[in-house]
Design a protein around this ligand. Structure first.
Ligand code: NAD
Length: 479
């Protein structure tokens, strides 16, 4: 591999700040355990400078016509595609996912910039007919102000791209704190916006001690909105902070997606799709299908075929063309997966495939299937695994399936497989989830609204609503 992993920096007020005297964090290649680089951590002074820059940048950016904002975002989309191979390699380097998956992620990140770039010019307000004919009434969207954005590591190009492109399209400035595990991908996006001509201060990117940075940003009165993708536990901390300082918030939190497989479903087709959906990115996807609720009459056939297909997955370095599943992102995730398997073993739950670490350098864990089991109290049935683990649970009828699907405090994505339209309709209405996907596995796209219910969070990213989340509606009335 001739290309080198890049030097890392903070990006504040249009300037790149290298480590210098700052503390640093190692960035690890999860496929080998090697240190790729040292990431500079933002000091309190850096964070304060980013806040000042974002406040100044907001004044500049809100005055730019939406059509011009859109043009810049579309230029960035083109540049992301021009650098597709470079960014895809960064993703595979720092996250470990197979290069083919990384390329698809880059395409989606570009599509988000494109969508928001196109939508920027369509942020219409309303003229509201008045009761008094001599009065004019308007509802005008305005950007909410500087936004603090935080993202997890599992989609290092898509998640920052979605937040940054929606906020910029709306006219906001942004302080982005991407995950410390995957900084180079986010910095590549920042570099593109810089080169595309984004004015200084409109986007700032910091890394470091996450709780410390977020506490400082959440206390800053200049910051008017917060958008977070990550765990429910951290989401609750940010929500409390946001309430204290009355910031608008969008929280995209954990999920634990059920998949309802009914007796009429084509099991071969379901298994083929399910294997890809489950083990892509080693299962580290918030919409990853995890609880496979399968009608009892087809449960054995489903388990056998799913297990056989999981056994066939080739594990390896994401740069190897034959690799179907890469490592987990961190040592922390390995330890978490061990706990799910150990709990299942103690409860006597069958583990037809996987359940253990792979003895090689890096953070590899086997593609795993648990069950079939009706033990709804096991760890995998209650806590989001966020890893390559599928739990199979038989059900007797649709009422039982819905009740099991809805029993957790999460509601992000749910899937159902049936050709029976009435059944599909009943499931779509009965499942408590922000997203219900019937007979396929694509849970979101740049054009569609995406968000959770219950402890999976609130607010919407994507679609028209994702942009509107960064705007207030001002009412103006003129006699
Ligand atoms: P995490 O909540 O631990 O970390 C997410 C990000 O928040 C990281 O960048 C981290 O540095 C930062 N962070 C940590 N503590 C913070 C604090 N006190 N204040 C502000 N930021 C803080 O999550 P994780 O374990 O890295 O990611 C996995 C979780 O993210 C899973 O639960 C997954 O379902 C969820 N997720 C949700 C979505 C969605 O769209 N709903 C998408 C991807 C991941």
């Amino acid at each position: 591999m001739s290309e080198r992993y890049p030097e890392l920096a903070l990006y504040i007020d249009g300037q790149w700040h290298r480590a210098d005297a700052r503390a640093t964090l190692p960035v690890i290649n999860p496929a080998t355990g090697d240190v790729l680089a040292h990431l500079p951590c933002a000091s309190d002074a850096d964070v304060d400078e980013a806040v000042r820059a974002a406040a100044k940048g907001f004044v500049v950016w809100r005055a730019v016509a939406p059509i011009e904002r859109g043009r810049l975002l579309r230029r960035a989309a083109d540049m992301i595609l021009e650098r597709r191979e470079h960014i895809a390699r960064l993703i595979t380097w720092e996250l470990g996912k197979p290069l083919a998956e990384s390329r698809m992620e880059v395409d989606t990140a570009a599509a988000m910039f494109e969508w928001n770039g196109e939508e920027a010019r369509r942020t219409y307000g309303r003229v509201i007919p008045a009761r008094n004919p001599d009065i004019r009434q308007f509802a005008i969207p305005e950007p909410i102000g500087p936004v603090a954005a935080f993202s997890a590591w599992n989609a290092p190009a898509i998640t920052p791209s979605r937040k940054i492109s929606s906020a910029l399209a709306a006219g906001c400035s942004v302080i982005m704190k991407p995950a410390e595990e995957t900084p180079a991908t986010a910095l590549a996006i920042a570099a593109i916006l810089h080169e595309a001509g984004l004015p200084a201060g409109v986007l700032n990117m910091v890394f470091g001690d996450a709780p410390r940075i977020s506490a400082r940003l959440m206390a800053a009165p200049e910051i008017r909105g917060v958008t977070f993708t990550g765990s429910t536990a951290v989401g609750k901390i940010l929500a409390a902070d946001a309430v204290r300082s009355m910031k608008r918030m969008t929280l995209e939190l954990g999920g634990h997606a059920p998949v309802l497989v009914f007796a009429d479903a084509d099991i071969d087709r379901v298994v083929a799709g399910a294997i890809t959906a489950k083990y892509r990115n080693s299962g580290q996807v918030c919409t990853s299908p995890t609880r496979f609720l399968v009608h009892r009459s087809v449960c054995d056939a489903f388990t056998e075929k799913f297990t056989a297909a999981a056994r066939m997955l080739t594990l390896g370095d994401g740069f190897d063309p034959g690799t179907k599943m890469g490592p987990l992102a961190t040592e922390r995730r390995l330890a978490a997966m061990d706990r799910f398997a150990e709990d299942a073993r103690q409860r006597g739950i069958t583990i037809p495939v996987g359940g253990r670490r792979v003895e090689r350098p890096g953070y590899f864990w086997q593609p795993t299937v648990l069950g079939p089991t009706t033990d709804d109290d096991c760890l995998a049935a209650t806590v989001e695994p966020f890893g390559p683990l599928a739990l199979i649970r038989p059900f007797e009828d649709v009422d039982e399936a819905l009740s099991v699907a809805n029993r957790l405090p999460f509601g992000l994505a749910a899937y159902a497989m049936t050709d029976n339209a009435a059944l599909a309709d009943r499931v779509a209405r009965g499942i408590e989830s922000g997203n219900v996907i019937l007979n396929h596995w694509q849970a979101s796209s740049p054009e569609t609204p995406f968000g959770g219910v219950k402890e999976s969070g609130f607010g919407t990213e994507g679609g028209l609503e994702g942009l509107r989340a960064f705007q207030n509606l001002k009412y103006i009335s003129r006699a």
